[in-house]
Design a binder for this molecule. Sequence first.
Ligand code: 5GP
Ligand code: MN
Length: 337
Amino acid sequence: MIPATAISTLKGLLDRHDRFVLLSHVNPDGDSIGSSLALYNYLHDPGREVTVITPNDLPAFLKWLPGAEDIIVGKYKPEEAASRIAAAEVFFFLDFNEPGRLKKLESTVNGNRDAYRVLIDHHPSPVIEAGLVISDTSVSSTAELLYSVLKSLDATSILRSPVAVNLYAGIMTDTGCFRYNASHSATWEAVADLMRAGIDINDIYSRIYDNYSEHRMRLMGFALDKKMVILPEKHTGYIWLTREELERYGYVPGDTEGFVNLPLSVENIRFSALFLELGDKIKISFRSKGTFAVNRFSSAYFNGGGHHNAAGGECTMTMEETLKKFESLLEDYAHEI
Ligand code: 5GP
Ligand code: MN
C-alpha cells in the first residue's frame, strides 16, 4: 500500500509543475526503462515537458517499448541532457538507490538544487536525498511499485496500453519471467490488472527474449562451454569473458543479459558471478539462491550493491587479479554460501 500522504504529495507536484525529468540508472535494465517509460506515458501531456534521461544507451531489446524513441541518452546528447536537467522542476529517480548510479549525470543533477526530488525504488537502504521517498524492498520490481502508485493516483491510468506494456515489461524482466522475487500474490494481481489493458504478454515476451542476434547465442555457447568455472565444494559457479572474446562475438550492450544466472542451473550451485572486461574495468554481476547476501558481498569487496540475491559491482584490477581476489574470498565465505 502506498501511503495516502505520498499520493497527495505527488498529486500536488503534478498539479503545480510542468517540467519533469525521469532518471534511470547506468546500464539501464528492463525495470528502470519500463518504469521510466510507464511514468513518461502517464505524465505525457501537451502542457508538460516530460523527459526520460539515461546515463548510457539502453539495450536493443528494450528500444521498441512505447516512448523509448524519446529517451535522451546522456552519453550521446550531453548538452540536451544537461539543459533538461537544469530546467527540471521535479526529478524522479527510478530503480536505483545511490546517486553514483547516475555516473556523469550525478553532478549535473546536483547542480539543480531547486527541483523537487521523488525516489521510487525497491533496492535496500536508499541514500538518495529526496523530498518524497517511495521505497519498498518487498516488491518484485520498481515497475510493480510504480503500478501501485499510478493506480492510487488514477485507477484508469494503468489501463492505457503504453503504460501497461512498460509496467509489464519491467515486472517480467526484473523477475526473470516470474522466477525470482515473484512469490507474493500481489505481483500476479498486478499482472492480471495490467492484462485488462489488453496487452499481449506473449508478444512482449517475444520482443524481449526472442530478439537476440545469432552472435549473442554463439557467445552464450562459448561462455558455457569454455568460460564457465564450477567450484562444487564452494557451491559457486562463474563465467568470465575478456574484451577480446566479447569483440570476437560482436558484443553489443545487452548481449550478456541473463548469463550470470546460467551457473545457478547447475545442481548444488547457489552463488554465481559474471565477469566482463568492459571499458577500463571488470564489470561484475552476482546472483545467489537463499541466504547468501550478494549485495553485502559486492559492496564490501567490489564497490557495488544491489539486492540480497542480485547485485553488481566493478573492479579496476586486471581480469586475472579480479578472479584471484574472488576465488580467495570464496575461501572465507564458503561456509555462508
Ligand atoms: P546486474 O547484475 O543485472 O547488472 O544488476 C543486478 C542488481 O545489482 C541491480 O539491482 C542493479 O541495480 C545492481 N547493480 C549492478 N551493478 C551495480 C553497481 O555497480 N553498483 C551498485 N550499487 N549496484 C549495482
Ligand atoms: Mn529493479
